[in-house]
Design a protein around this ligand. Structure first.
Ligand code: SAJ
Length: 418
């Protein structure tokens, strides 16, 4: 019989992954303490509120808090299991910045008594989980670390990468398979017992470094395939072909499934994680690096095209639809749409730019203080514009009547109106 965890869990980092994980455990009866350095986040969660938009999460948080199963605090408490779900951004040389992981480990170390499980969920380069075990060994020389013995250690360390898709997190958290990589086999088994509390998917056990690499490879696979679609969009534009039609026809082949081109690749995952592979093996990651470069270049290409389209007008107004990194989310991290608006405004500081983004009520800091820019409801933005640029395929934009676009130049980077 597979072991199922019983005890108290501390989830360190109440972001897009930590908070849904805390809710998944708490709503199945586990006592969960959520920890975050951001006091506003802690206060919001303590009130049963969610500080960002994700379908079904708000109801989960309010339910878990009112049932008394989920609490939030700024200090790591004692617990039977610790799940680390903090950001792992990249440094300017594309290596992983593990500062937040290290800070979490430093807070967990003094809370260990023996028998605890420490799980790293944050996306990390191969070797990081074993590194967590080494850091703990330095911080707690009185305890036996798992990497030092195949016998019974005083605590267990494993990696269980998150794989949920923003916009579908609450569903995928339950239905996706999980990969659990242990510093030892016993570490993987102990960590798996926690995911059995809520996961309906298969839980696959492996070693920590394979689990770390598998996660990076999943996102690099998608990045490479999106880069192929984005390269096709540039080639099609050059050859005066409609890329959407070309891809649609090619995808009728039974073994071809080309992804969708767009204004670039954003988010905190696909635009970041492939760099960890490049950082770990720079000489050999040629395709992965090139894909990143293609996807990172796309926003600059789109911005240059928009700037060129303004040239025929004396005093043009441009409506940019969407700032989020993808459809139906409020997340602006690494968003190509944001880069595009910044690029256009840098090139033409006097240009009148109307931005429509139904998921935000004020412009992000990087766009504030620019006199030509303003946030507007989408219909007004379109009505006032000479040029309409679709940057995000929000359902809200798809539902608009095409008659509104008559007489305007439309540059649809997402292909929603073709
Ligand atoms: N995009 C395209 N064309 C496509 C698909 C996506 O341009 O055909 C763009 C999107 O607009 C967006 C970016 O790529 O800017 C990424 O969007 P996404 O929906 O593909 O992925 P994410 O970043 O929201 O979530 C990914 C998922 N990974 C995979 O599908 C392999 C998710 O399962 C991971 O859990 C998540 O990264 C993560 O946290 O790592």
């Amino acid at each position: 019989m597979d072991e199922v965890f019983e005890g108290r869990v501390a989830v360190v980092g109440l972001g897009y992954i930590g908070l849904p994980t805390a809710v998944a455990l708490a709503t199945r009866g586990v006592e969960v303490i959520g920890v975050d350095v951001n006091e506003d986040t802690v206060e919001a969660v303590s009130r049963g509120e969610v500080p960002f938009v994700e379908p079904e999460l708000a109801i989960g948080v309010s339910g878990a808090v009112s049932m008394g199963r989920l609490e939030a605090t700024t200090k790591v408490p004692e617990a039977d299991a610790f799940i680390i779900a903090v950001p792992t951004p990249f440094n300017s040389d594309h290596t992983a910045d593990l500062t937040y992981v290290r800070a979490a480990v430093e807070q967990i170390a003094p809370r260990l008594h023996g028998g605890e499980v420490i799980i790293l969920e944050s996306t990390s380069p191969p070797g990081t989980t074993e590194g967590v075990s080494r850091w703990l060994a330095e911080l707690r020389p009185d305890l036996v670390a798992p990497h030092t013995s195949e016998g019974v250690p005083d605590y267990y360390v494993a990696h269980c990468p998150e794989r949920v898709l923003p916009g579908r997190i609450m569903i995928e958290m339950i239905t996706n398979d999980r990969v659990v990589g242990g510093v030892t086999r016993r570490c993987a088994e102990r960590a798996a017992s926690i995911y059995r509390v809520f996961s309906q998917g298969t839980i696959h056990l492996t070693d920590a470094a394979s689990a770390e690499m598998a996660k990076l490879v999943e996102n690099a696979y998608r990045d490479v395939n999106i880069a192929f679609a984005n390269e096709l969009s540039l080639i099609s534009e050059d050859l005066r072909l409609d890329v959407w039609e070309v891809i649609k026809m090619a995808n009728h082949h039974p073994r071809v499934n080309i992804l969708t081109p767009g204004p670039g690749v954003g988010g905190h995952c696909i635009a970041v994680d492939p760099w960890f592979i490049v950082g770990a093996s720079p000489e050999l990651s040629r395709l992965i690096r090139t894909a990143r470069e293609i996807n990172d270049h796309k926003p600059h290409h789109v911005a240059a095209q928009v700037v060129a389209k303004t040239e025929r007008f004396r005093k043009p107004t441009v409506a940019c639809l969407g700032l989020a990194y993808k459809a139906n989310v409020d997340d602006l991290r690494e968003s190509p749409a944001l880069d595009i608006v910044e690029d256009i405004a840098d090139a033409l500081p006097e240009l009148d730019i109307r931005i429509a983004e139904p998921f935000i009520d004020r412009l992000p800091t990087s766009l504030q203080g620019r006199p030509g820019l303003r946030l507007q409801p989408v219909k007004e933005a379109i009505d006032d514009a000479d040029i309409v640029v679709v940057l995000v395929d929000h359902d809200h934009f798809r539902a608009l009547s095409r008659s509104r676009l008559e007489g305007k130049i439309v540059y649809d980077t997402r292909g929603i109106w073709r």
